[in-house]
Design a protein around this ligand. Sequence first.
Ligand SMILES: [Zn+2]
Length: 267
Amino acid sequence: MRTEAPLKKMSSERQPDGQVRYQLELGDQLLFLNELIGRDFELEFGGNIHCFCGETVQKVFRQHFCYDCFYSKPQAGDAIFRPELSTAHLGQEDRDLEWEKAYQLQPHIVYLANSGGGKVGVTRVAQMPTRWIDQGASSAIVLAEVPNRFLAGQIEVHLKEHFSDRTHVKKMLHSEDTAHDLKEERGRAMDLLTDEFRSYCAEEAEVVELRYPVKERFVHQKSLQLEKDPHLKGKLIGIRGQYWLLDQGRALNIRSHEGRLVRTSWK
Ligand SMILES: [Zn+2]
């Protein structure tokens, strides 16, 4: 086995035909994951977690922040998880105004996606289509493009009564893709917006299709947690969103284990 390295969220890219390719950086290794599908592996978690601040800890909050970072760093601030709570556009600091300005005062989009079900979401323009891939969406469409995170959050909140803002994880992992016509859904959403919000919607938008490398039918039985399953042995049968789909219906959310120091080996 290799030396320990911290897990990171998988990076991904969409090929012109819609196929998603995944890579995982693990220490000085770069794993081309699509090529490892069908292979057996072992993954060992020793209990230490690396926070992005450099500290090594045994307990983290909101998936990968050490105690101090969770309560002090802007990367763990409320506006990250609830865009409508953004205040940088008012010049108001939550934790670090300069960081919050750079993050919040950049173009954002509000989108609609099929991700096990129809949903509405918000992301930075620079995060397309990464955000959609991370959620395992089979298709997505831009509803509106706005100059900052606050406005995107406002539109999302406005639409939450009519559209879910959650990914239906189990359906998504089962590849039970609902066939909401996203152009139609976009029209429905636009009708629900105020004139001000609608002024941020382009007249036309394209549906982006995404296809994931899943080689066998997957029926979810168990979501793995490395804290409870520190010596993992399995076969990778597919990848969707930020999940590894393994044999015996087991799913491992790579992103939710960010920072865990692990060793891996592939057969
Ligand atoms: Zn930290």
